[in-house]
Structure formats: C-alpha cells, structure tokens
Design a protein around this ligand. Structure first.
Ligand SMILES: Cc1ncc(COP(=O)(O)O)c(C=O)c1O
Length: 452
C-alpha cells in the first residue's frame, strides 16, 4: 500500500529522543539507499544502526510475508513451539562454535543480554554456588538500555541520570589501545587491560562472580575497537581459572559483520554464551537471541529442569520466519564472506581520510568501522565537546545524502571525544563504498575548514 508522508507541519505524537527537532521521514528503501518523503535518496552507511544487512526494500523477504501470516501468527513460547522457531534455532546454532547450543529468542539485544545473565546466574545456583551473582563488564561497553543492561553497560553519559536504579557492576578497563588507560603500548604492555579482569576478580572475590560480558569488537561507545591478538585467549583463561562464564555480546559485531560468523572467532576463542540481535532480522523483524553452550544448559536440565525466564514475544513465529529468510539470503549470497571482502575494500578506501588532520584513528574489522577525530594527532587530545564536531559531520553528510551515526559522546572516557560509525548493509557494492567515502571525504574537508 503506498505510504502518505506525514505533513511536515503536523505536531508529532511520538516521544522522540530529540524533542527539539523535527525528524526526517523515510518512506521507502532500495538496497543500501533509503528514500525520504520528498523522494530524495540517501546512502545508508550505517544500516540503520548496524541492523540492516540484506538491503532495504528486499522483495525476497517482503514478498513471502503474507504467505506466512496465513499459517500461524502466535504461539506462547513458554508452552509451545513452531517449526520456524525450531528451524531458526538450528540455523543460528550452526554459525557458532559452541557445542550443541540451545537458543532462546528475544525481541532485542537488551533482552538477549538479560537472558544471558539470568542463565549464568541460574547455572551457578543450580551448581551449588549461590553466592555467584556479580557480572563483570568493561567501561565503554554497551549491552542495552533496560535498567539491568544499563547497569552492566559502561557508558557514563547514559548511566548518570538513572544511577539510583542501577545495580552494582564492577567494570574493567577497555582494550582501547588508541587511548590506552595505562598509557602503554602493545606488546610491551603485557595486555594489562586483560589482567585488569584478574585484578578485579581478586578484589571482588571470585566466589561472588557469575560471568564476564564483553563485545568482542566494540560497537557504539568507541566504534571499531579491536583488542590485540591474545586478549581473548587471556580473558578465557582467567574466566576458566575462576569458574566464571564468558558471555560474548555479538548483538552488533556478530552475525557476519566483521567478516566471520561470530566476531570472537577472529581470536579462536569459544565463549560459553553468545548473544545476537540487530542483523538477525535485518530490520524486517525485531529479533535477537541468546545462544548457550550445552554445558551451561545441561546444568539446568539435570537440576531443576526449568529456565526461570520468559517473554511474551519470545520465538514469535513471524519473527523467526523472517529470520529464516535472512539466514537463507546469507547462505545464498555468501554474505559473511562478502562482509569480509567488502570490508577490506572499505578500509582501503577509508585510509584516504587520514589526509584530514582531524582524523586520529580509523579502526575496525569487516563492515564495522569507526573513525575517531582529534584536535591533536600527536597527543590524541579530543576537540572541545561544545564544538559538537561529530554532530556537525553527521548533519553535513545527511545534507549531502549520506546517513552516518555519531559515536556516543564520551569516547574519551566520559570527557568528550568524537567519532562516527560506518556499518553498511553487507550487500553494499564497491561503487557504493566509493560514493560513501567520496561524500565523507568532502564533508570532512568542509567541516575542518569551519573549525576555529
Ligand atoms: C553490543 C550491543 N548489545 C546490546 C544492544 C542492545 O540492543 P537493543 O537496542 O536491541 O536492545 C546493543 C544496541 O545497540 C548493542 O550495540
């Protein structure tokens, strides 16, 4: 059915994040492009927010939706299952390196991470270690926006206002070499940021810790931060020594975005639980998952036999059906390999941007890239936050038909710092990457010229 755009002068009834501006309306999509209410096309360099991987307006998905709806729309996941849920669970299990994993479906990444944490807690309780409840996470990690996941996230700018509601979570330093928290360099650093996990466990008491959670490649707080080789092997070793579960939050960096099925695969390390989201439904369904290794689930199966958890929309047949279409497209088009290939090309092209003095760091893996801006390349000093540099870059790009996302303020440990995210759909072509980088190059040139 054709969409009638909202009249521009009509007052919105939506509680938008920014209440001071009117939001651009998008009414259509075609591959990597989105189309606004005036018919103008924008290259979506971020796939929404690292969500869309198969492209916008994909008829292979939309054309089959009606056929599904005629079958069954809902069954309660705590009591029943459906062929679509069972099939997608097998599909997801097949892309991880976990042993005989079990999949719990959710509607978003925050729910998937809450599921992982409740599973970790129940695992320890049923193993007879009820004192283990704490979750260790990292500063600059983001795991979701429910109060539980905000407690776990290490993003000061989003935590502070809700601080009274947050439960205590020990945070360790991030593996952010560009701004090493210890002022060290690899390899002479001895990967001190990984040793911070060991130190924190000792301080807190290993017998109180249930799990450590981390994004294998950091997504939105300091986009594209890739830990050094050896980092996750050491993390895995520390967790094993202390009987702590390792949860890899692959909600943003997983499902092929870094060019491997799971981002943690780059380190050859197998976690105990993996969470996935965003790309699973590619924006056609609100779909996420918590995928747990057999050894975790087995403790519950042999113990109480129950997982004390559940959501109304968990395993919704329609969402799983869409997830299967996305998975089939990944298989048919070899989209994980494509993300690896196009990612190499993207980074080759992004490298040109280093000719702009404001570009401090270009980093990431596959089609997960971050570009950080600095006032001084030698010292890595950030720009004054009042300059709103990233907002200016993103706004200027949007005027020129390129959609980017700003990194969340606080890249410089909560005191300013500017960066953008580039996370396009995996179907992006080389020509479209050229267009993306060409427009960004012009934007950086013009915004730099306006700086004091
Ligand atoms: C790494 C990571 N985990 C969890 C989440 C939360 O996902 P959702 O917004 O779907 O709840 C996000 C969202 O950006 C994320 O990037």
């Amino acid at each position: 059915m054709p969409v009638s755009p909202e009249p521009a002068d009509r007052e919105s009834s939506v509680l938008h994040r920014d209440l001071t501006k009117s939001y651009r309306q998008f009414v259509g999509g075609d591959g990597v492009y989105l189309v606004d209410a005036h018919g103008r096309r924008y290259l979506d360099a971020v796939g929404g927010v690292a969500v869309n991987i198969v492209g916008h307006g994909e008829r292979k998905i939309t054309d089959v939706l009606a056929a599904h709806g005629a079958e069954v729309n809902y069954v309660y996941g705590a009591a029943f299952t459906s062929p679509w849920q069972e099939e997608l669970a097998r599909d997801l299990a097949s892309v991880t390196r976990l042993t005989a994993p079990r999949v719990f479906f959710c509607s978003g990444g925050s729910e998937a991470n809450e599921t992982a944490i409740k599973l970790a807690r129940q695992y320890h309780v049923e193993r007879g270690e009820p004192r283990r409840w704490k979750i260790i996470s990292r500063w600059q990690g983001y795991h979701g926006n429910t109060l539980g996941m905000l407690s776990v996230s290490g993003r000061p700018s989003w935590r502070s206002i809700h601080d009274p509601y947050l439960f205590p979570v020990p945070h360790i330093d991030p593996p952010y070499c560009y701004r090493c928290p210890y002022g060290l360099t690899h390899p002479s650093c001895g990967i001190r940021c990984a040793e911070d996990l060991e130190r924190t466990i000792r301080l807190e008491g290993a017998e109180t810790i249930a799990a450590f959670i981390a994004e294998p490649v950091i997504g939105t707080s300091v986009t594209g931060v890739v830990p050094v080789p050896g980092y996750y092997a050491r993390i895995r070793q520390i967790c094993d020594e202390h009987g702590i579960l390792f949860i890899a939050d692959e909600v943003l960096c997983g499902y092929g975005r870094t060019g491997r099925a799971c981002a943690i695969d780059h380190w050859g390390v197998v976690p105990d639980i993996i969470t996935m989201g965003k790309a699973l439904g590619s924006g056609y369904a609100a779909l996420a998952a918590c995928v747990a290794d057999e050894h975790v689930v087995e403790v519950l199966r042999r113990g109480s036999g129950q997982f004390v958890h559940g959501f109304t929309y968990s395993g919704l047949p329609l969402s799983c059906f869409i997830g299967i279409q996305v998975f089939n497209m990944i298989q048919d088009l070899g989209l994980f390999d494509r993300a690896a290939e196009q990612g190499k090309y993207l980074f080759d092209q992004l490298a040109q941007l280093s000719r702009h003095q404001i570009v401090g760091d270009i980093r990431g893996l596959g089609l997960l890239a971050g570009v950080e801006f600095v006032a001084d390349r030698e010292t890595h000093a950030p720009f004054a936050p009042e300059l709103n540099l990233t907002e200016r870059i993103v706004a200027c790009a949007e005027e020129r038909g390129l959609l980017l996302r700003q990194g969340v303020a606080g890249a410089n440990y909560g005191r300013g710092g500017d960066h953008i995210q580039v996370t396009p759909p995996y179907i992006i072509s080389r020509g479209e990457i050229d267009e993306l980088v060409g427009v960004l190059d012009g934007v950086l040139h013009d915004v730099s010229a306006e700086l004091p």
